[in-house]
Design a protein around this ligand. Structure first.
Ligand SMILES: [Zn+2]
Length: 683
């Protein structure tokens, strides 16, 4: 569920991976090493008390222009690219090897081989989606729509077919898995793209409509019909968008929690027969569903009543083509790229084929691939060291909660209980996923895609009514990211994020505590941000705060909302600081906790200055250098609308202005820009 998993932030990663457009790219057999505190990445001509981001990242920004196939480029994106090249080496080897492969190795090797066979994909053209289009063409009445929808959603795993359907922990009882029906059905990245009225938004809608027209052309429609169909799709999607919640509203879990029994659901959507929808999914007996956004479903039902059967089929044809376009011939891929990457994000050229194929294997067979990755790069020493650091940060949070002047004893006791219940997941899962049910063939690319997507959709649905598996991960091991899940009450650090230049066993403690320590603190703090604090130690949506403490919390977070609202993302667009609140709180809390843990770690020894930087200064520069990034303006515009994370510059400068420890480390003066005269602090 997109709103339930809270992740640490990476501009490049949320939108589908990262890579350099370097034709000399070769698969890697070992990781290139970059230290976690990298002197050439700094700009020592900049004054750290005036612009600390420039001081820490100025060299990086100058030395790392955005590759033509990227919307942004960052330290995280670069590490992800290195991970991908390493995985490429593994997959290319397994694709060629015929003898002696394990079942998993056969699946990921043959998936990669089929994906790399561009000749076969080109020859197939639009043929792979012919059966899907035929089943849409055969829809004879609206009453047959539910059964068709369940089939389309299952084989594509795509939330674009009117709505999104899956499973999740019950908000009121985290031990139970129930069916979740969420909003969906849009082609553009967010509902605001359909409703904003500024000139830029209107222009994007025109460009989207042109894209739709061209896609209908690729499906064989005459130009006039293609244009009419595009208008139809935009009209239907706009109706769904208008009824969808804004992203800021979705930060309130109560707005997403409406358990309905089947009779009540039938009254909400009289034009949609849920029995016909659920039966093919094997869910005929499901009695209660969470309808995340009832207003959306009311609008969906109204649309079903008013739209003609032909219009509904037109809408489905578009989403069938859109959802399959990354797996079809170049004509479809290029058209998708032209709008969704070039127009929306400013990307100049497509990622190389190998990289798109590595990403697909990671998405569809991620733990099979992750096993190979972990065996090569994540040994037991690394797990022990990073687990130890995690426990130190948790100890720092304990001290912090115990010393908070604004929190009462009653709430404090609950907060400590929640902290003690957090489960630490480091590197990779204890039990690897079994992909036995997925068959993969080197000569059936599109079939592999559908079977992989269908396996994952069915795996999610099969959880309904079963006991919760607390050991499950929501990210694959090579991922360069981390997350906190408030319902599982766990923090998760994949092996991919615990590598240099983020975690660097060769360097001194200071930059490691600043960088990886800050990330651990960030994820931990999510348990107590504007969303996370609403869940208790068992992962249930339950208010455990006294009214006075909740008020104190909100006053303190308001300080951060006001602070970040002043920052510009691009042109005249400011940060939507109600959307980024949880991440901004986690960034600040995380760095404060990391600093406390580092101070405890070094209490008995005196670390030395290195490279002309004191240990304190190395802590802060080490922190800042995870966030070094360059961004295209189009991509910044998209992120300003949809990303709950602030841009990298403010994830550094917005924090240090609040920390007296930073002021002392660099001997800044009170009137300088990196010293706030109104400091915010929550944790
Ligand atoms: Zn986060």
């Amino acid at each position: 569920m997109r709103a339930r998993t809270i992740t640490l932030a990476l501009l490049a990663l949320g939108c589908g991976g990262a890579a350099a457009a370097d034709s000399n790219d070769q698969p890697l057999t070992s990781f290139p090493y970059t230290p976690s505190l990298n002197l050439p990445s700094m700009d020592r001509n900049a004054d750290p008390c005036v612009d600390f981001y420039q001081y820490s990242c100025g060299g990086w920004m100058a030395n790392n222009p955005i590759p033509a196939d990227q919307a942004s480029w960052s330290v995280y994106g670069k590490l992800y690219h290195d991970n991908q090249r390493f995985l490429w080496g593994i997959l290319a080897g397994l694709a060629q090897q015929q003898e002696g492969r394990t079942d998993n190795q056969q699946k990921i090797g043959d998936y990669f081989a089929a994906c790399m066979n561009e000749t076969a994909i080109e020859q197939a053209g639009a043929r792979p989606i012919a059966p899907m289009l035929a089943s849409i063409a055969a829809l004879h009445s609206k009453s047959a729509l539910p059964a068709l929808l369940s089939q389309l959603q299952l084989s594509s795993g795509d939330p674009g077919f009117f709505f999104s359907f899956g499973s999740n922990q019950d908000f009121s009882d985290s031990t139970q898995i129930i069916a979740f029906a969420d909003a969906g059905g849009l082609g553009l990245p967010d509902r605001d793209y359909y409703t904003d009225t500024d000139a830029h938004a209107r222009q994007l809608r025109t460009q989207y409509q042109q894209h739709l027209t061209r896609v209908f052309g690729l499906l064989g429609d005459e130009p006039a019909l293609a244009a009419r169909n595009a208008t139809t799709v935009l009209r239907l999607e706009t109706l769904l968008a208008q009824a969808s919640l804004k992203l800021v509203e979705r930060r309130d879990p109560y707005k997403l929690f409406h358990k309905l029994e089947r009779p009540a659901l039938a009254r909400l959507t009289p034009h949609f027969d849920w029995a016909s929808y659920l039966q093919p999914l094997g869910l005929a007996d499901v009695k209660v569903l969470n309808i995340a956004e009832p207003k959306f479903y009311a609008a969906f039902d109204k649309l079903l009543g008013s739209a003609s059967l032909g219009d509904l089929k037109t809408y489905l044809r578009w989403h069938a083509a859109h959802s399959a376009s990354p797996y079809l011939s170049r004509a479809f891929e290029n058209e998708r790229f032209a709008f969704f990457d070039h127009t929306l994000r400013g990307v100049e050229q497509q990622k190389p084929r190998w990289q798109r194929c590595v990403t697909q294997v990671d998405t569809l067979l991620g733990e099979a691939l992750g096993r190979e990755f972990v065996a090569r790069v994540f040994g037991p020493e690394l797990k022990t060291a990073t687990l130890r650091m995690t426990r130190q940060i948790e100890q720092a949070m304990r001290q912090d909660i115990e010393s908070l002047a604004w929190m009462s004893a009653a709430t404090r006791q609950q907060a400590l209980a929640k902290l003690d219940s957090i489960v630490n997941k480091i590197g990779y899962p204890d039990h690897w996923r079994d992909y036995g049910a997925v068959s993969v063939h080197a000569d059936d690319y599109f079939g592999n895609v559908q079977r992989g997507a269908s396996f994952e959709a069915q795996r999610q649905l099969a959880k309904i009514g079963k006991p919760l598996d607390r050991s499950e991960w929501g990210m694959t091991p090579p991922t360069v990211n981390a997350y906190y899940n408030p319902q599982m009450n766990d923090i998760n650090f994949p092996a991919g994020v615990l590598q240099p230049p983020l975690y660097d066993p060769r360097l001194d403690d200071a930059p490691n505590y600043g960088n990886t320590g800050g990330t651990i603190g960030h994820e931990l703090t999510h348990g107590f941000d504007d969303e996370g604090r609403q869940f208790d130690s068992a992962g249930n949506l339950k208010d455990w705060w006294t009214a006075g403490d909740a008020k104190n919390f909100q006053e303190r977070t308001q300080c951060i909302v006001d602070q970040y609202a002043q920052y510009l993302v691009v042109d005249d667009i400011h940060i939507n600081s109600r959307l980024t609140l949880g991440e901004d709180v986690a960034d600040l809390g995380g760095l404060i906790l990391a600093h406390m843990a580092w101070a405890a770690q070094t209490a008995n020894d005196k670390p030395e200055s290195r490279d002309g930087l004191t240990p304190e200064q190395r802590f802060f520069v080490g922190y800042a250098q995870w966030a070094c990034a360059n961004n295209r303006p189009e991509n910044l515009r998209l992120h300003a609308k949809t990303d709950p994370h602030s841009p990298g510059r403010y994830r550094v400068n917005g924090l240090v202005v609040n920390m007296p420890e930073f002021e002392h480390a660099f001997a800044c003066k009170a009137a300088q820009p990196m010293v706030s005269n109104k400091r915010c602090r929550v944790w």
